[in-house]
Design a protein around this ligand. Structure first.
Ligand code: OGA
Ligand code: MN
Length: 297
């Protein structure tokens, strides 16, 4: 490990600062291994004071695995980057067109792109411009959410699957050409186990995606709604969360398999510009539902 690298845990349910590393330069294998280990332990890493070009962001993220293409943007967004792998998250409008997605609205708790059969294992979000107030990003620890869940509830959901709606994005906007979903049982999108086994740590985590248009496959709608409300109320409790107050030059790397995130709204007359990469992942697996376990325990 590099002599200057240090890991400072947030003291909350998840997240740590990584200090003493410049991500615009190539990392040696030992430093990268320390970062990866810290990431598995703390789920979200923050690297402050970085100055990264898009190729820097891509190079660092790609050390964790192959990059996923940017998701389908909302209608009207003019994409302002020269890479298929960098997503622009911004409310800035140029010549009447947003330069990125998600605007300034609150984004609800979610897992990135979990409507895909194989959602990204991780996302890396880098801040170029931030508003003076608002726009903080919250993360919750889904290992801990599962571990602290009342046992009867945990047992009830252990072998159930849930639909991850593909028709809306995390601020409630319509994605691509999907029609409006009026019955969650008809929602398009992947069906994933509600409890998944992390392929690298071997630990079980709650896996939810997003609340809107979710349906627990096979249940009566009312029963599914009741169970989902109970599970969601539990996993977003403040003691399971940590909030990122952005500074320019922050890079946040989160594990999309064992965390969810949300964003506070901010004043639409202020500017926020973030660039994001997403690292490809495997289809989520459950040690109970899938015949071969994700990890040889
Ligand atoms: C994302 C996302 C939150 C934010 O990029 O996936 O949810 O704070 N962003 O912009
Ligand atoms: Mn997101």
């Amino acid at each position: 490990m590099s002599a200057t690298l240090s890991i400072r845990p947030s003291g909350r349910a998840l997240a740590a600062d990584v200090e003493g590393v410049d991500l615009s330069r190539p990392l040696d294998a030992a430093t990268f291994e320390s970062i990866r280990r810290a990431w598995h332990e703390h789920l979200v890493l923050r690297f402050r004071g970085q100055r990264l070009s898009d190729p820097d962001l891509e190079r660092f993220s790609a050390m964790f695995g192959r990059l996923d293409r940017a998701p389908t943007y909302s209608k009207g967004v003019r994409v302002d980057v020269h890479s298929d792998f960098v997503t622009v998250i911004s409310n800035v409008v140029v010549d009447g067109k947003p330069i990125g997605d998600l605007g300034n609205a609150e984004s609800l708790w979610h897992t990135d792109m979990s409507y895909n059969d194989a959602p990204p294992m991780a996302s890396a979000l880098y801040s170029l411009e931030i508003p003076p107030t608002g726009g903080a990003t919250g993360f919750c620890n889904m290992y801990l959410a599962l571990e602290t869940m009342p046992a009867p509830l945990r047992e009830r959901i252990a072998t159930l699957r849930c639909v991850h709606d593909a028709s809306t994005n995390s601020v409630g906007g319509r994605r691509g050409d999907y029609a409006e979903v009026t019955d969650p049982r008809q929602a398009p999108g992947a069906r994933h186990p509600m409890v998944v086994t992390h392929p690298e740590t071997g630990r079980d985590a709650l896996f939810l995606g997003r609340r809107r248009n979710a349906w627990i496959v096979g249940l009566e709608l009312a029963e599914s709604e009741r169970l989902l409300d109970e599970v969601w109320a539990h996993c977003t409790k403040p003691e399971l969360c940590w909030y990122q107050d952005w500074r320019v030059g922050d890079l946040i790397l989160w594990d999309n398999r064992c965390t969810m995130h949300r964003r506070d709204e901010f004043d639409p007359t202020t500017r926020r510009i973030m660039h994001r990469t997403q690292i490809a992942g495997a289809a989520p697996r459950s040690r109970l539902l899938d015949p071969t376990p994700a990890v040889a325990a």
